[in-house]
Design a protein around this ligand. Sequence first.
Ligand code: CTP
Length: 218
Amino acid sequence: MLPLKCLISAGPTREWIDPVRFISNPSSGKMGYALAKEARDMGFDVCLVSGPVELSKPKGVEVIEVESALNMKRVIDEKFNFYDWVIMTAAVCDHRPKSRNKIKIPKDQFPENLLMSRNPDILKELGEKKRENQVLVGFAAETHMVLESAHKKLKQKKLDWIVANDVSKTNQGFSSDQNEVTLINSDGLENQISRADKSVIAKEILHAIHLSWLEKAH
Ligand code: CTP
């Protein structure tokens, strides 16, 4: 039997203002990389689409490096049809500067109000075109109303699973080595995964999804 194919996005995106400034977020990519390693160890064929992070590339995983949300979308859209599972852990910037200045903007000419354009919602568009037997997983990075917002995103983006992640606590989430999350399936059933290293969290998430995948007799 062919190995299951798993596409994972990780890390932040970077939206350049000029050659020396960009807008981004503190995502370290650790959760996505941990999932990629675990999926590889489960025997899956893994492709990791990674924003700029300071992590070494996992062996045995195809890694495609991207910078902006638009770059990330282009790569993921090209790959999407060829994968069984797609897991979006990336902290995609929702906005980008309307234009990227070719040369450095001197500080006294820097605009007081930066004009921004909305980036596409990569995951929501995948939810619209996903095949019946594809599994789509999102991550909800929240600072308040964590579970309520995650349930909403699960429905709005037509996902099979969402991982609710409270990023308001300093000892978990974004750049920490540990996390504490709630995995929610498309029926709205919650499975709390208690605080542990991201490698352990990755294992629990993937095993839960795999069990359900096998039960659906793929
Ligand atoms: N996501 C995406 N494209 C975007 C924004 C988010 O694909 N432009 C994906 C993320 O990778 C994540 C999920 O959508 O899997 C939820 O991201 P999150 O940042 O929690 O929420 P948003 O949809 O951006 O909504 P909001 O910022 O209003 O909370």
